[in-house]
Design a protein. Structure first.
Length: 285
């Protein structure tokens, strides 16, 4: 057993030494990988910074070139606009002189033509007013004649309609009175029949209700007796179940006590064995 323990200890120490060597090599490889990544990141950052500086210089140069080009284009546009303004001013002056001369030459002819047309328009306007007044008077007379004819025709129609409505009302009133008298007689006969039928129905309902009450009372009494028997049987079953559960609980408690005792004995035996091995190891140490 001592030789076996020594061999086990040697194997364990060899496995631990091998594991420690592997862990040390892994740590070294991890440190080397970290150093290599740090170096790569440093080189990438330097290259990126140089690229950014180069792009910034190119962007500044492009901005300066674009600004110079915009200024040159603005200067050329301004010169062209000044030349165009001068040309337009000259054209406007010449056009104003030509329009003034044309207006002076055309004004005399236009004034003569306008006076003649104005006289013709005034004469025609007066004649149109007189014609419109004559036409309006003739229309009013014609409309008054038509209105008078329609008024007389409508008065005759109203009188005929009034006589027809009066005749129709008298006829409808007579027909309604006859129908109401017939309905009243029929209603009285139906009322008498309904009273007789209700009296017969009440007596039949009373007999039926009494028989139903007697049957329900008998059924309720039987249900009450059956319920009492059921409650007694349920009480017996509940008492039997409670006794069975108590008996099962007692058996479980006894079994749990026995298992606790066995576990305590086993634990004491295990402690004795450990103490024995501990003493042997100390003595061997």
């Amino acid at each position: 057993r001592c030789f076996y323990d020594q061999k086990i200890l040697q194997k364990t120490f060899g496995a631990w030494k091998e594991w420690w060597t592997v862990c040390r090599e892994r740590k070294l490889s991890l440190r080397a990988d970290s150093h290599y990544r740090h170096l790569l990141h440093n080189l990438i950052f330097k290259a990126w910074r140089a690229y950014v500086c180069q792009q910034r210089g190119k962007r500044n140069k492009r901005y300066v070139a674009e600004s110079h080009a915009k200024k040159q284009n603005l200067l050329r546009t301004w010169q062209c606009w000044l030349f165009y303004i001068d040309t337009q001013r000259t054209k406007h002056g010449m056009q104003s002189v030509a329009l003034a001369f044309r207006e002076r030459s055309c004004l005399r002819i236009s004034w003569a033509v306008w006076r003649r047309q104005h006289y013709q328009n005034c004469t025609g306007h007066k004649m149109n007013i007189l014609a419109l007044q004559h036409w309006a008077q003739s229309l009013q007379f014609r409309a008054w004649l038509q209105w008078r004819e329609l008024y007389l025709y409508s008065q005759n129609d109203k009188q005929k309609e009034t006589r027809a409505v009066t005749h129709h009302r008298h006829w409808e009133l007579k027909r309604c009175m006859e129908a109401w008298l017939g309905h009243l007689n029929l209603h009285r006969a139906k009322k008498l029949q309904n009273e007789l039928a209700q009296e017969h129905h009440r007596s039949r309902i009373v007999r039926q209700c009494f028989s139903d009450w007697r049957l329900s009372w008998e059924c309720r009494r039987r249900l009450h007796a059956h319920r009492q028997d059921t409650e007694k049987l349920a009480a017996r079953i509940a008492l039997w179940r409670a006794f069975a559960r108590w008996k099962h609980y007692v058996v479980l408690c006894v079994e749990e006590t026995r298992q606790c005792e066995l576990a305590e004995k086993h634990y004491k035996h295990h402690l004795l064995v450990l103490q024995k091995f501990w003493n042997c190891w100390k003595s061997r140490l």
